[in-house]
Design a protein around this ligand. Structure first.
Ligand code: HEM
Length: 554
């Protein structure tokens, strides 16, 4: 779209300019030509519906500095755009307002606008080369092990707050779980921790320290890439480096960052949105508890109703064309309207009707750039929500629903806090399946022996089904299994013997697996112990230890 509003063409966009002195002219939220400024809208969802009524499925709007843009509101039109690379590209360098200097270097959207050597901005053969390396590295991920790891990371996070009876699930859960999982996937579990989560949060908020936070993250990722170039292992980063596409150091670093941040931000939003819905919508929760809806179906519904990215900035027209009745000029920019596309009345005449089993939402986009990490994002949300509810079945909101706050930008809507209460519960062994009748956290052993007769009676663990296969509720695939989230069970008193063991070093003792081999010191008090759940290896892992790590999922 060209900068001057009078250049807008099409049946519905001849908006009469307000007469001089008209109060609407320059009014908050409305710019030149009567076009709406998206960034000033008090309620973007509301504005999208007004625009749909007025302009149809593609509407002209303004961004910061009154930079013109189209927003694509129709489901079909969005799909057409992302699936037609001959007409639309993600390469911002052809965007007319950028070429004409209308977009200044300090434009707030510059982090999204500035072209980078990453697959998101590439097209054609270059896109195939970069994306091919990412998807080939993803294909090496063992999904059974991944789900097991997600389960254990969930257990560790819940162990941090389960004894208190209160938590903020955004700060203490939703923002941590994807980061813990992605650090494992990339091959840097040691780097996972509060500092990395804070750096990612800070960077995305664009605060004054955002550049330093970005540098910190890039420092972690370049260190990882250098280590793996020197000594490859069986992880995403090593496979990305070894791919025949031959990514250089800059490309490896930028794609590690893309994967880490895309996964962190989107999946944290998805987790928070799904849990909020469970806590605030009694019908939704009843369907889950009653077995009419599985957790993966609940997650899918959330992807329709509250997609983690509301819009994607942006696609650009490679030639003059027509979309949704509007004439689009070469070099025009178009926002991929995920949130408005998902509520297009032509595909969802009744927004209250559930969309169970229907995955045709736009949350992961489509076409050549369709999110390649969607199975990982879904798995984190499915397993994380399922196991959280399993551990804390009486979890409830700890404020009035109206008090919940969001930070909203054109790109996404992010829940600020999700305070909850629940009956305080003891910690659980991260190696075990979550339960609301938990097994005690194993006590650290003080001495090791090689014997078939234990010196002290070991806790008798319940038989634990394999996490990779158990429970239809945690399947990310198109499974139609309908195992309900467990109904509430009476909580065990917080002072129950043994089960209330403090955050004793746990996971890395042989007693929990029956292997008879301790990892990282055995007594649980050495550097390999896992008091807060963050694993710090004390020496390079040998083949047996790597096997065990794969088997355990972390
Ligand atoms: C619920 C979680 C997620 C959502 C909603 C989501 C959504 C998206 C969307 C909308 C895009 C843009 C597509 C376009 O340009 O048209 C995208 C791209 C991408 N996502 Fe995701 N994503 C999620 C999780 C992940 C995860 C877990 C990973 C990695 C493990 C990932 C990696 C990527 C990459 C590499 C791209 C760029 C693909 C390309 O341009 O070819 N995403 N994602």
């Amino acid at each position: 779209m060209t900068p001057e509003p009078q250049h807008l063409t099409g049946p519905d966009d001849r908006i009469p300019a307000p007469p001089p002195g008209c109060p609407a002219h320059g009014a908050h939220g409305v710019g030149p030509g009567g076009l709406h400024r998206l960034h000033e809208a008090p309620d973007l969802g509301d504005l999208y519906e007004q625009l749909r009524d007025r302009h149809g499925p593609v509407a002209p709007v303004l961004l910061h500095d009154d930079v013109p843009m189209w927003v694509v509101l129709g489901h079909t039109e969005n799909l057409h755009m992302v699936r037609t690379p001959s007409q639309f590209t993600r390469d911002s360098r052809i965007w007319t307002p950028l070429k004409e200097g209308m977009v200044k270097p300090d434009h707030p959207l510059m982090p999204h606008i500035a072209w980078q050597p990453i697959c998101s901005h590439a097209e054609g053969d270059e896109h195939k080369r970069l994306r091919g390396a990412v998807t080939a590295a993803m294909a090496t991920i063992d999904h059974r092990g991944l789900r097991r790891h997600i389960g254990r990371a969930t257990q560790r996070l819940v162990n941090r707050f389960c004894g208190t009876g209160r938590a903020d699930l955004v700060d203490q859960f939703a923002e941590h779980l994807p980061m813990a999982v992605m650090c494992e996937v990339l091959g840097m579990p040691e780097e996972y921790g509060d500092r990395l989560v804070q750096a990612a949060r800070d960077m995305l908020k664009g605060t004054e320290t955002a550049i330093a936070s970005n540098d910190y993250i890039m420092g972690c990722l370049s260190g990882l890439a250098a280590r793996r170039r020197a000594r490859p292992e069986d992880d995403f980063t090593s496979h990305l480096i070894a791919d025949p596409a031959g990514l250089n150091d800059e490309e490896v670093g930028q794609h590690l960052r893309l994967v880490l941040i895309a996964a962190y931000e989107a999946t944290a939003n998805l987790l928070a949105n799904t849990i909020r819905r469970v806590l605030t919508d009694p019908g939704f929760r009843a369907q889950l508890n009653g077995g009419q809806m599985t957790v993966p179906e609940a997650v899918e519904q959330s992807l329709w109703d509250e997609p983690p990215f509301s819009t994607i900035f942006a696609y650009f027209a490679k030639q003059e064309t027509e979309l949704g009745g509007q004439r689009i000029r070469r070099g025009d920019g178009l926002l991929l309207g995920i949130a408005p596309g998902n509520v297009d009345p032509r595909v969802r005449p009744d927004l209250a009707a559930d969309m169970q089993g229907n995955r045709s939402h736009l949350a992961f986009s489509g076409g050549p750039h369709e999110c390649p990490g969607q199975d990982i994002g879904r798995a984190i949300a499915d397993v994380g929500v399922d196991k959280l509810l399993m551990r804390l079945p009486d979890i409830r909101l700890d404020c009035h629903e109206d008090e919940l706050r969001w930070t909203e930008s054109i790109a996404s809507q992010h829940l600020v806090e999700l305070p909850v209460r629940f009956t305080p519960r003891p910690q659980q062994d991260v190696m075990a399946q979550p339960s609301h009748t938990p097994m005690p956290v194993p006590q650290p052993r003080t001495a090791w022996e090689i014997s078939t007769v234990p010196a002290t009676p070991a806790p008798s663990p319940e038989p634990v089904p394999d996490e990779g296969t158990a429970g239809a509720t945690v399947s990310a695939g198109p499974s139609r299994g309908r195992t309900a989230v467990a109904a509430e069970a009476p909580a065990r008193p917080a002072s129950a013997p043994a089960a209330t063991a403090p955050a004793a070093p746990t996971a890395r003792t042989a007693g929990t697996t029956g292997t008879g081999v301790g990892i990282g010191g055995g007594t649980g008090t050495g550097p390999g112990a896992d008091p807060g759940g963050d694993f710090v290896p004390d020496r390079p892992l040998g083949a047996w230890q790597r096997f065990l790590r794969w088997w355990r999922g972390y």
